[in-house]
Design a binder for this molecule. Structure first.
Ligand SMILES: Nc1ncnc2c1ncn2[C@@H]1O[C@H](COP(=O)(O)OP(=O)(O)OP(=O)(O)O)[C@@H](O)[C@H]1O
Ligand SMILES: [Mg+2]
Ligand SMILES: [Zn+2]
Length: 386
């Protein structure tokens, strides 16, 4: 069942590609102005549209009605590319063809003309898997490819690509897809499949996907398979083992009010309900990170990892806490993460980190401190007078 929806809903046009506007706009412009590079590198997060974009671009270039920003999707070039059996658009998985011989073979192939279409396009997926000698062999082809040949390379690990290759390609960065765009697409797909799913469930799935549309759709499949007709937020929560927002707010509230009791009893409850404390720790770290973002930028919608329930309680806590308090909490959480990972008893490590956080007194801003001092001296002056 895994990933059926993801494959079924592969975007087929630039307009259908979600959250990668810079990429699609730049590629469309290149087609419009007929300014093509001979080697492209699509880099970025897993499941964010790299392979899909490579195929859309290939269709745009080879469509019988093209080159066009809006490939028809119906001609034989378009349908063959969609189905992965075009003679002129060759997809190579570098993970399993990573040797220098594979690339030499490719170099031979590149010399032949395209069999029918305008361009001969090689899509090299997972290109970071190539061996050093394979990269060197590729370099020669990238330097002087025949005019009708175009390379589109894709990778999730840009840092593994040699600089010599990078400098011969035009690079595109595939970013995390914003939460609300993932939610929109999930809703659209659920509706098309006549599935009822509560908004809360949709946003929980989107949050769990970490910016990857493929991950969102495979979680969606997993939840659909495990649920009855109408999918509630609660269904999604129990399948994902989500840490409820009240826990996060309460833990932060405990830190703000300096209440060890509140924190110990909340941890006790989390353990009692069988939560994985590592997951709670990561979720809480993300929550504090998002709180810092919410406090420091005017329009956090695109920048937060997720949105939180109990908004009013959260906001009033943020009003009471200074940004420096939040940054210090985040600092302790991030720096203790490896300690936490190694602990044989996660509960004690979890409690220890929170005890440390409790011990750090809230920072009092300088002006406030000076104000207090002034009040105090004034008070002392009054006392002397009396
Ligand atoms: N930007 C997007 N807009 C719409 N759907 C997307 C997008 N990115 C990914 N998807 C969905 O996820 C599936 C996989 O996407 P794709 O193969 O393009 O990802 P990728 O970036 O190449 O991933 P990988 O790094 O794992 O190769 C698509 O079939 C589609 O359903
Ligand atoms: Mg891919
Ligand atoms: Zn076409």
């Amino acid at each position: 069942m895994a990933q059926v929806t993801a494959l079924e809903w592969r975007p087929q046009t630039f307009d259908d590609l979600v959250g990668q506007d810079v990429v699609s706009q730049t590629l469309k412009n290149a087609i419009k102005s007929n300014r093509l590079h001979h080697a492209y590198l699509f880099a970025g997060l897993r499941g964010s549209g790299k392979t899909s974009s490579a195929r859309i671009f290939a269709k745009a270039l080879n469509c019988e009605k093209g080159p066009t920003e809006t490939p028809c999707g119906e001609c034989s070039s378009c349908t063959e590319i969609r189905d992965g059996n075009s003679m002129d658009v060759v997809e190579i998985d570098a993970a399993s063809n990573n040797s220098v011989d594979n690339i030499r073979e490719l170099r031979e192939l590149v010399r032949y003309n395209s069999s029918r279409d305008r361009y001969k396009i090689y899509i090299i997926d997972e290109v970071h898997m190539l061996s050093t000698s394979a990269f060197n062999a590729l370099l020669k082809t990238l330097e002087e490819p025949p005019p009708h040949v175009l390379f589109i390379m894709a990778t999730t690990e840009l840092h593994k690509i040699p600089a010599t290759i990078l400098s011969r390609t035009q690079q595109f960065e595939f970013r995390q897809i914003p939460l609300y765009k993932i939610e929109e697409r999930l809703k659209m797909i659920a509706e098309a499949q006549n599935l009822e799913i509560e908004d809360e469930g949709v946003s929980l799935i989107a949050q769990a996907a970490g910016g990857s549309m493929r991950d969102a759709l495979s979680i969606f499949d997993q939840i659909v398979a495990a649920s009855s007709e109408k999918i509630s937020g609660l269904d999604v929560k129990s399948i994902l083992g989500v840490v409820e927002d009240t826990n996060l707010i309460d833990l932060l509230g405990g830190l703000n009010s300096g209440s060890a009791e509140r924190i110990f009893s909340r941890i006790n409850e989390l353990v009692h309900y069988g939560h994985d404390l590592k997951q709670v720790y990561d979720t809480f770290t993300g929550f504090i990170r998002d709180s810092v973002v919410m406090k420091s930028v005017t329009d956090p919608a695109d920048l937060v990892v997720r949105t939180y329930g109990h908004g009013r309680e959260h906001l009033s806590l943020l009003e009471e806490l200074g940004i420096s308090d939040l940054v210090r909490i985040l600092d302790v959480l991030v720096s203790h993460e490896p300690v936490f990972r190694q602990a044989s008893e996660p509960r004690y490590a979890f409690e220890l980190v929170f005890l440390k956080l409790l011990e750090m007194k809230k920072l009092i801003p300088l002006e406030e401190l000076l104000g207090n001092l002034r009040d105090l001296t004034a008070l002392q002056g009054d006392e002397k007078k009396n």
